[in-house]
Design a protein around this ligand. Structure first.
Ligand SMILES: Cc1cc2nc3c(=O)[nH]c(=O)nc-3n(C[C@H](O)[C@H](O)[C@H](O)COP(=O)(O)OP(=O)(O)OC[C@H]3O[C@@H](n4cnc5c(N)ncnc54)[C@H](O)[C@@H]3O)c2cc1C
Length: 419
């Protein structure tokens, strides 16, 4: 079959590779560069985290939100002009985390997406000739003390119940592993099976090149919609010509909503805008990828420097970045590693803003479109899209090839939002 894959972020390139390996003909549509700065896949925290099974929306979050919003240095921001458009999504988001039972169900559905992510990425990267981009030194959560860890009891219970294993580090052990870390942290939790990517943008670009080497075609076009004749997909419409095809995959990240609607599904997809700051040639920093409990951000050494990635900002796809959000991340790193110079020159800090494709209940949308069985959804991977790209690609190829699916697609169905 000829399959058009829309979008060449991590999800699109993984779909393309799996489809090519199954013997299909693939055209990958991407208006930018695969893995370029427009994609969330470029600038994320670089974590390939089997422990990312805890959704953002959990019971009691609504009590914390006003505090986060009031704190100019906090992890969450809403542009007030955008609130009316955001409101329906926000209400669904709060509902998704309103009971422990709901959150348990989300965690169970996230685990198949991330559980074997490090192994899947290692295999894929090796095939594409960039095996050294996947690093395995574990992922380290840091806390001021054990009490702060215990305050996150629900999150760690969900992890344990979903097969995540970890090692607890007391102050001494943490100090040995992270000698340059500020003394305010005295407790650590190391997820040894966790991995990270040394350069997510270069990784996605290498995977796109690998797809081409397998015979895939990359077209620098933007998908505008579909031509559906008598219920069957005839072509993908682009900003240039139409591309005739048998199947299409919607993997355009945060830009997928309109395409999904045209394929018959109105999915509550938002952009959770996130930021990063990269400090080049850092004098000090973590030895493992770390996540401070009081910072809600990932700090990871990458090829271009120490990357600090995080923040959630609701302002839509069009608004200009607010670079203060990236400065918050940079300044947090300076407080976390006192060995970094206070007076970092601007040319040593590179900032970025990107769009997490976020569905209100914290799960992606994957499966056949309601309006046309020749179109498959593969978007909305929120905070775990880098990790879950490979298994998502496998699932999409299985669905298109009519094979038993690698994982059960039921929790990711687009129809779950119907009343
Ligand atoms: C700050 C931050 C930190 C994060 N940290 C992590 C992390 O540590 N680990 C993790 O697993 N995940 C993390 N994520 C999430 C992860 O980056 C995303 O879930 C993932 O990159 C989404 O991949 P994608 O391929 O769906 O979308 P994208 O990477 O955004 O790619 C979508 C592509 O589609 C293209 N496109 C758009 N419209 C069209 C169209 N009409 N036609 C054709 N192409 C189109 C775009 O140009 C883009 O290249 C983070 C995200 C952010 C923002």
């Amino acid at each position: 079959m000829h399959v058009v894959v829309i979008g060449a972020g991590i999800v699109g390139v993984c779909c393309a590779i799996e489809l090519l390996q199954d013997g299909h003909r693939v055209t990958l549509l991407e208006p930018g560069a695969p893995g370029g700065e427009q994609a969330a896949s470029y600038g994320n925290g670089a974590w390939l985290s089997p422990s990312s099974v805890v959704p953002m929306s959990v019971p009691g979050i609504w009590r914390k939100v006003p505090g986060y919003l009031a704190d100019p240095l906090g992890p969450l921001a809403i542009r007030w002009r955008y609130l009316p458009r955001l409101l329906p999504w926000l209400l669904r988001y709060l509902k998704a985390g309103s009971t422990v039972a709901r959150v348990e169900a989300v965690a169970q559905a996230l685990r198949p997406l991330v559980g074997d992510a490090p192994a899947r990425h290692r295999r894929l990267a090796a095939l594409a000739g960039v095996g050294t981009l996947i690093e395995r030194q574990g992922l380290l959560y840091i806390f001021p003390d054990r009490a702060a860890f215990e305050a996150e009891a629900l999150a760690w219970r969900l992890r344990a119940e979903n097969g995540v294993k970890w090692v607890e580090l007391d102050e001494n052990e943490l100090r040995q592993r992270e000698p340059e870390l500020d003394r305010r942290y005295g407790f650590g939790v190391l997820v040894e099976e966790g991995a990270n990517c040394a350069d997510p943008g270069a990784y996605v670009a290498a995977l796109a090149a690998y797809a081409e080497a397998l015979g895939g075609a990359i077209r620098h076009r933007r998908a505008m919609g579909f031509r559906i004749d008598a219920g069957r997909l005839a072509a993908v419409r682009t900003d240039g010509e139409e591309i005739a095809c048998d199947r299409a995959v919607i993997s355009a990240g945060a830009w997928s909503r309109r395409l999904a609607r045209e394929a018959g599904d109105d999915v509550p997809l938002e952009t959770e805008r996130g930021y990063h700051a990269v400090i080049s040639a850092p004098e000090s920093g973590p030895r493992h990828p770390i996540m401070p409990s009081d910072g809600k951000m990932a700090m990871t050494r990458t090829r271009s420097g120490l990357r600090i990635a995080g923040q959630v900002e609701f302002a839509g796809l069009e608004a200009e970045p607010n670079w203060k959000r990236a400065e918050i991340l940079r300044d947090f790193a300076l407080r976390t590693f006192p060995g970094l110079p206070r007076d970092l020159p601007a040319d040593r800090v590179k900032v970025w803003m990107g769009h997490r494709p976020a569905i209100a209940d914290g799960l992606p949308c994957m499966g056949f479109a309601s309006g046309c069985g020749d179109i498959v959804h593969a978007f909305g991977h929120g905070h775990v899209g880098l990790a879950s790209g490979p298994v998502s690609g496998r699932l999409v190829a299985d669905l298109i090839g009519g094979k038993p699916p690698a994982i059960d697609p039921a929790p990711y169905s687009a129809t779950r939002f119907r009343a």
